[in-house]
Design a protein around this ligand. Structure first.
Ligand SMILES: Cc1cc2nc3c(=O)[nH]c(=O)nc-3n(C[C@H](O)[C@H](O)[C@H](O)COP(=O)(O)O)c2cc1C
Length: 196
């Protein structure tokens, strides 16, 4: 059966990571459910300089379903399949994850579709990969990360390594996205592995 992934993109810096993650997933025969927060859309405008006045057009332009299948859900649509524990998704990634969304998930708020879906992943014992982006970190944020790790989430900070000798910004972005894909066992050639 086709693998099913949920990707959440929040309003933390590093929208480019989330976009590339989805694009990489869609190169494969996967079903991808995408949820973007309001602040996420704002960061698309600020960092990627996308004109987001027509969101459906943005989705079509930037997330081509090469071999996969993309399903975009609005934040208030609690009828989306991913909001239910009965839906058979394989894993969820939140990339980048803001401190606000991280707090919402750590406290079980389920205040929007993204938080609700993350809550479902945890309660169903499915893989939830959280890629926080903030620096420096205060103790509340550190505690939220610990809480989520204890609840079963994988915390995969957006922290590029330099041992693969990146030369361009693309190399750095690919390293972070590749590390996330590794957690999902999604094949990729985004960076050269140590020893290869
Ligand atoms: C350009 C830009 C960059 C931001 N970067 C971060 C960040 O790296 N980490 C973070 O936690 N919040 C960041 N924020 C603030 C969040 O967008 C804000 O806290 C928002 O409420 C998060 O909402 P969300 O979790 O629903 O996406 C940034 C905001 C903007 C406009």
């Amino acid at each position: 059966m086709k693998k099913i992934f949920v990707v959440g993109i929040t309003g933390a810096s590093g929208a480019v990571y989330g976009v590339r993650l989805v694009q990489q997933m869609l190169l494969h025969d996967y079903k991808v459910h995408l949820i973007v927060t309001e602040a996420g859309w704002q960061v698309f405008r600020e960092e990627l300089e996308w004109d987001t006045s027509d969101r459906d057009a943005v989705i079509q332009e930037h997330f081509p379903s090469v071999n996969g299948e993309l399903h975009y859900h609005t934040l208030r649509d609690f009828t989306a399949p991913v909001a239910s524990g009965s839906y058979r998704s394989d894993a969820m990634v939140i990339l980048p994850c803001s401190m606000g969304t991280m707090s919402g998930i750590a406290h079980g708020a389920s205040g929007n579709l993204l938080e609700r879906t993350a809550d479902v992943m945890l309660k169903e014992g499915k893989k939830l990969v959280i890629v926080p982006r903030e620096t420096p970190l205060n103790v509340i944020q550190l505690e939220n990360m610990t809480k989520l790790a204890q609840a079963g989430a994988r915390i995969v900070p957006a922290m590029p390594g330099y041992y693969h000798k990146p030369r361009t910004m693309d190399d750095i972005i690919n390293f972070v996205v590749g590390k996330v894909l590794d957690t999902l066992d999604v094949p990729h050639e985004l960076f050269r592995r140590w020893g290869e």
